[in-house]
Design a protein around this ligand. Sequence first.
Ligand SMILES: Cc1cc2nc3c(=O)[nH]c(=O)nc-3n(C[C@H](O)[C@H](O)[C@H](O)COP(=O)(O)OP(=O)(O)OC[C@H]3O[C@@H](n4cnc5c(N)ncnc54)[C@H](O)[C@@H]3O)c2cc1C
Length: 365
Amino acid sequence: MNSSQDILIIGGGIIGLSLAVELKLRGASVAVLTADSKQPTARAAAGMLAPQAERIPPSPMLDLCLQSRALYAAWVERLEEITGLKTGYWRSGILAPVCQNESQEQVHLSNLNSHWLDRDTIHQHQFGLGEEVIGGWWYPDDAQVDNRALFRTLQAATKELQIEIIQDNAKEIIRQGNRVFGVETTAEKLQADRYVLAIGPWTEKLLNIPVFPRKGQMLSVCVPEDCAVMQALQTVLFGTGTYIVPRQDGRIIIGATSENVDFTPGNTPAGIQSLLTGAIQLYPELQHYPILEFWWGFRPATTDELPILGASAWENLTLATGHYRNGILLAPITAKLLADSMLDRKLDPLLAAFNYSRFTFSKLT
Ligand SMILES: Cc1cc2nc3c(=O)[nH]c(=O)nc-3n(C[C@H](O)[C@H](O)[C@H](O)COP(=O)(O)OP(=O)(O)OC[C@H]3O[C@@H](n4cnc5c(N)ncnc54)[C@H](O)[C@@H]3O)c2cc1C
């Protein structure tokens, strides 16, 4: 590549590609170096855009998530226009049922749209809920996107916009003083003026930045053809430990475990059993639906569960990692805020809360 591009993004997951598209649309020359474009975490996710159902307390993180949710409709519309593809963005709302012996508490945010539904109302709102559901919270502004379709759309957008994708593994980020000098890959050395690190759960393999994998197992079923329309699941069900995400094409995604097992691959009987038990309790009809697929992925987690965004210890390296459970939700705002800071030197005050320096190691090496 040899500096033919101004900006080199390391990592072509949803975060890397969203930023690449944003930078390119604003006139920057950008390339993406990525190890495996087929298996990013975006393939594994459920695609919920759920700052309220996730019960994120009032904080810069909630502000970041709400801003991103607000950007979503226009963001996917622009990607769909560029590519002619669909992303499955759906303002389905999210219902958070509460079962017997579970807490009814929610983070109370008076300025956000949420409604407590009692037993009768919730069962009218969504037909087919389990008997144990005694009420629940309805979040009409939370939404979902088909994360796999979104990722395909982003990949198509990079093609359409002629963003160079270099399929290779970054072995080392070469540093000189307070600058990054280049990136050593399996095949060559790449150089650019500026660099972005967006390799999600693998971050610690290249830099001493504390991001670690948190495994999530998932499965999907499909609605049988003879299922009456009025019985179909119309909204996401966000239970304690299990969620059920119906897609508009008839697939239903069930997730997700949360396991600290490093990068141990595979689905386990215990993981899948816990998901099915929780899902069938929430929506018993599911026990008869044909299973489509099992899979797993690794969330890029940090100890405070917040992303790491913006400046690094090297003046020409920007960090875009650690999005943990909300990387699909946070893609548009991450791309916007980082493009603002990299191209227009507009530093949103919100970014301060996500700076790498909040971690208590003295010097990153
Ligand atoms: C089970 C599960 C469910 C989830 N559900 C949701 C949800 O409902 N809503 C939501 O908002 N989020 C959800 N998430 C989280 C979301 O998927 C992630 O936060 C997001 O995908 C992270 O994106 P990323 O681009 O940072 O990382 P990744 O998608 O992991 O991309 C990193 C890329 O970097 C590449 N790479 C790695 N190492 C190197 C290297 N050395 N050199 C070059 N390239 C490299 C990888 O090949 C990969 O393509 C879920 C995650 C999981 C696992």
